[in-house]
Design a protein around this ligand. Sequence first.
Ligand code: V47
Ligand code: SF4
Length: 373
Amino acid sequence: MLDVNLDINNIKNNLKEIVQKIIKQKRIDNKEALLLYKSAPNSLLFSLANSIREKLNGDYTYFNKNIHIEPTNICVFDCKFCSYSRLLKEKNEGWQHSMQEMVAMVEKYDENEITEVHIVGGVHPKMGLDYFIDLIKKIKKIRPNIHVKAFTAVELEYMCRKAKVSYKEGLSRLKEAGQNSLPGGGAEIFDKEIRDIICKDKCTSEQWLSIHQTAHELGMQSNATMLYGHIEKPKHLIDHMSRLRNLQDISRGFNAFIPLKYRNGQNQMSHLKEVSVIDDLRIYAMSRIYFDNIKHIKAYWPMIGKETTQSLLAFGVDDIDGTIDDTTKIYSMAGAEDQNPTMSTKEIIKLIKDVNRKPVQRDSIYNEIEIYN
Ligand code: V47
Ligand code: SF4
């Protein structure tokens, strides 16, 4: 039973049964989730999400010490929401780091400063499976204990296709080289009609899910994202979460679910207005209520902003990613407030404590490293 302070008699009839199910910690189906999301008042949605958060994770708010490596922003795909990618011919704005530069980015930090390197970028036609195997080996050679979380399913689908290997073969080779887990990017919205409009040419939903399932079967954990606040409708959000919940029932490898707010800076969908903070809170709260089989809901602070991240800690979120150290450009190029995202451990701890939650430094698979009382 959830410990939630609600007057059931005051809840509208069509929602009563759903709310009672949630309080009894029974799974809600997609129809119920849609009704709840569309018609529950904010106060109801928010208190349910918060009590689930507290039941699962108490006051704990997880973060890690990490950096990003973005090997290139040159990309063969043309996602309409992307502010970051450049075609090969746009020489001025494209970058491509050399292998040495990327290894040096990791070497800059000693063993205690970061525990994770997150590698994700554009899909460059000349950077393939063997290239990235080499990169991971070189990183592991200088920092054997660092956790390498790398490559969205979009990058992996392209890498495996070009190398003419199955997902199992490609992922096994990356794992052998030292890759530990997968980030959750590239999922966007699984519904085909929406996907065809916003990112037609990259990996399909079925491919995304199959790559994550294969990774889980090989013992590599991963995250899952959902890009919200553009042209999708509530039914597409529930459908997206449903496909993930179904896979998680089978493969159990998702650590965190990360709703990503569409930011409208400098991309082909810039005419769309960004959704309000209340909409953000409702999406995060709904995802906390819906996923009874994913333990962590993550707010990625460089994208959603520090203040909203703080608020979200009362609306289902228990993880805020990491220190980043100004190593990502994806969101600053899309119009996020923070143009040089970095937080020291001290700042992250303060951000969490200021809203009466308990900061917990974690490793990449949620083992607790230090609890800050
Ligand atoms: O798949 C691109 C998104 C994702 C925009 O797993 C945009 O821990 C909003 O997935 N507005 C890549 N979002 C980043 C990602 C991620 C980030 C942090 C942590 C983890 C994790 C994963 O960024 C893409 C896409 O959905 N994105 N452009 C934009 N304009
Ligand atoms: Fe390329 Fe990723 Fe941008 Fe799509 S979102 S264009 S795959 S970099």
